[in-house]
Design a protein. Structure first.
Length: 220
């Protein structure tokens, strides 16, 4: 086996530790942050070198499909180069979106900031799912904190009491959904904040982007 450079060793160990601790590989951005590399091309250079030397396998060049095939010492990890069909059936690739404004959800899903593979059980078996980064503390009493990522099942309807992602003006917001006789009440899970009241006449089906079905939090 060809020997690895110190930087290549660092990348490989970071991927291995991510899989061990979280159950899935890091994104290109996470690898770049860890290594102090700003460009994803720079990260890809290291990954291609690891592939060329036989230490890493990737499925369709997706960062979340990284699979170390050998340790830094050159010993086989016992992992196959590709995910098995059973594993693929159990996983779903979720696009992680940035800011979502009115009318731009489809475009945002087609051009996500990142993607993450998660077990389908984490999103209630749903398939049409996207992820959003939460900004603010309006849902802290529901266990959703600033900087968390929520997994959202894309749909235009919701049941009373569900946590939804709704459009208020041009901004997406995470709130409890409470339809009432003449208005829609979007309720925060923070007693210091007020409800958002939207008259029924002003409410449109496009206001509901989806229902929150899961949560991801990075531990620092």
């Amino acid at each position: 086996m060809q020997k690895l450079t110190d930087r290549q060793q660092m990348v490989l160990k970071y991927i291995e530790s991510s899989i061990t601790e979280r159950g899935y590989p890091p994104t290109l951005r996470e690898i770049g942050n860890f290594m102090g590399i700003r460009s994803t091309n720079g990260v890809n250079d290291h990954l291609r070198a690891l592939e060329r030397k036989g230490y890493l396998a990737r499925e369709d060049m997706k960062s979340r499909a990284l699979r170390p095939t050998r340790t830094g010492d050159g010993e086989s990890t016992g992992r196959g180069a590709m995910l098995t069909s059973v594993e693929l059936d159990d996983l779903i690739e979720v696009p992680i979106l940035g800011r979502v404004a009115a009318g731009q959800l489809t475009e945002a899903i087609q051009h996500p900031e990142d993607t993450v593979r998660v077990d389908r059980m984490m999103v209630g078996g749903a398939r049409d799912v996207f992820g959003l980064r939460v900004s603010g503390e309006s849902m802290i009493d529901a266990g959703i904190h600033d900087g968390d990522y929520v997994f959202v099942k894309k749909q235009i309807e919701a049941r009373k009491g569900e946590i939804i992602i709704a459009l208020v003006g041009d901004e997406a917001t995470c709130k409890y959904y409470h339809p009432e006789s003449d208005h829609i009440r979007l309720v925060p899970a923070n007693e210091t904040m007020r409800d958002i009241i939207i008259p029924k006449n002003d409410w449109r089906s496009t206001h509901v982007l989806g229902v929150v079905v899961g949560l991801y939090r990075r531990l620092h």
